[in-house]
Design a protein around this ligand. Structure first.
Ligand SMILES: Nc1ncnc2c1ncn2[C@@H]1O[C@H](COP(=O)(O)OP(=O)(O)OP(=O)(O)O)[C@@H](O)[C@H]1O
Length: 468
């Protein structure tokens, strides 16, 4: 661990800042909360939007080989049989008979017995727990159920009467809506292999051990691409997408020193994947998966062809050949990127306030591309003559950027607030403004202030944002 990693922010610091400043609130808080659910506040909503827009711009808008899709959360139940999720999308779980706490058996064994569970059957895991005479981490009693499979899909019902209706699943990944619509997209757009379909949307997983704030959620958003290729090209495109994902992470501001890639071992691969590489981030709780890249072969389209009876082959005009395309899948979770970005952007430094008093400056060094607010407009004092001009300036800037206008409290406290929510620029209207129609722009990172005329303010900010 190098010095920078050692200084990684504590998770509690991030959780409390997120709550205090309106990024993330505990879910349904006025009802005492609903465990492991979260709501995104005004700043969180902006950050999420910016992340999703950046993803869409980078992977869809800027490429000629991509189209978008917005598929349903509810899909035909057969989709999940075909995809293998009914059969395979399970976690091994184990219960403490005494206190009824429930754990993921693989995590329990890995954390408590310090050994890998790769490739172990349910029986083997049960035996390991028994032989080690493992105590329940919650109540300390040694009385376990056998390890069983627990399907992660949420089930619900269509129609008014539960028992007579067909059960349907909330999708556990967005990918299947893309496969199910593969034929539609090929028939109705101008795509030719190689091409990709991208989608952003909610996914639901009944995780046994959610936690670490918003790292593992029951309900989250995925940004997924299914990229369709000729089978023999898979290695080339795998490398291409690995590189693209890395570029994107840097483009939204990640520093390289807390990112690494890790390839899955053979036993760890998902049921559909022949090769998977995860991007891992050094979270406050260690190196964990941030997002991933999988080579799904032709598994999904082949299975849907089999289960639906529809022909899902693609006619390759160049080669005068018909085949089922293979698929490379770059996938990212919005909230996990959100959490990693908060941790990555968080910084503390000694500073001196306007009165010469030392304080610890907390700054979220977001890249402007994702920063919730791009500019804060602040009258130096809450005096009518300053407020009038400041409101005019704010109204002008609002046409171009997401801004915040703030006239409460002292200017120093307002700067601190903007630093803490990661606003790249503060525009201050002071008495000189009334004389010469200039304002100051304060840079979040350097705290340098320069004066610019109001008439050139939009261009100045645009130029700074472009070159950031
Ligand atoms: N429960 C979850 N909460 C929040 N984000 C998630 C969750 N599960 C997956 N993601 C995000 O979606 C991406 C793609 O999902 P994928 O199915 O590859 O995850 P996974 O390998 O099952 O994740 P994990 O191993 O952490 O359970 C992940 O890289 C992550 O960013």
């Amino acid at each position: 661990m190098d010095a920078r990693h050692a200084a990684t922010v504590r998770l509690e610091t991030i959780v409390s800042l997120a709550k205090r400043r309106g990024f993330v609130y505990p879910g349904s808080e006025i009802y005492g909360g609903l465990a492991n659910t979260w709501d995104f506040g005004p700043l969180g909503a902006e950050l999420k939007r910016n992340l999703k827009n950046a993803w869409w711009e980078y992977f869809i808008q800027r490429r000629e080989d991509m189209v978008g899709l917005d598929g349903g959360i509810l899909l035909h139940p057969r989709v999940w049989e075909a995809s293998g999720h009914v059969e395979e999308f399970n976690d091994p779980l184990i219960d403490c008979r005494r206190c009824k706490s429930r754990f993921r058996a693989d995590t329990l064994i890995e954390e408590r017995l310090h050994r890998s569970t790769e490739g172990l059957s349910l029986d083997e895991m049960t035996r390991l727990v028994q032989e080690a005479n493992l105590a329940c981490p919650v109540c300390g009693v040694r009385d376990w159920t056998p390890v069983r499979k627990f399907n992660l899909m949420f089930r619900t019902f269509i129609g008014p009467v539960e028992t007579e209706s067909t059960p349907v699943y909330l999708r556990p990944e967005t990918a299947q809506a893309i496969f199910v619509n593969f034929k539609n997209v090929v028939q109705t757009s101008r795509v030719k292999i190689p091409f990709g379909i991208g989608q952003i949307g909610k996914a639901f997983r009944n995780e046994i051990t959610p936690g670490n704030f918003i790292f593992r959620l029951l309900e989250f958003e995925q940004m997924e691409i299914e990229y369709f290729i000729r089978p023999e090209m898979w290695e080339e495109y795998f490398d291409h997408w690995l590189n693209e994902m890395g570029q994107f992470l840097r483009w939204i501001g990640f520093k390289p020193d807390r990112l690494r890639t890790r390839e899955h071992g053979p036993q760890e691969l998902s049921h559909y994947s022949r090769k998977t590489v995860d991007f891992e981030y050094f979270f406050p709780f260690g190196w964990k998966e941030l997002c991933g890249l999988a080579y799904r072969t032709d598994y999904d389209l082949r299975r849907h062809q089999e289960y639906s009876g529809e022909d899902l082959t693609y006619f390759d005009q160049e080669r005068n050949e018909r085949y089922i395309p293979h698929v490379i899948e770059p996938t990212m979770g919005v909230e996990r990127l959100f959490l990693a970005l908060l941790c990555d952007a968080y910084d503390e430094e000694p500073a001196v306030d306007v009165n010469g008093n030392p304080y610890t400056r907390v700054v979220l060094r977001f890249h402007p591309r994702v920063a919730p607010y791009k500019v804060a407009v602040l009258p130096l004092l809450r005096k009518p003559e300053l407020v009038t001009v400041a409101r005019e300036v704010a109204q002008e800037l609002r046409q171009y950027f997401r801004i915040e206008y703030d006239e409460t409290q002292s200017i120093g406290r307002r700067y601190r607030r903007q630093d803490e929510i990661g606003t790249p620029y503060c525009v201050t209207i002071d008495y000189q403004t009334l004389e010469d129609r200039t304002v100051t722009i304060r840079d979040r990172d350097t705290m340098q202030q320069v004066r610019v005329p109001i008439s050139g303010l939009v261009e100045e900010i645009e130029a700074r944002l472009r070159s950031a």
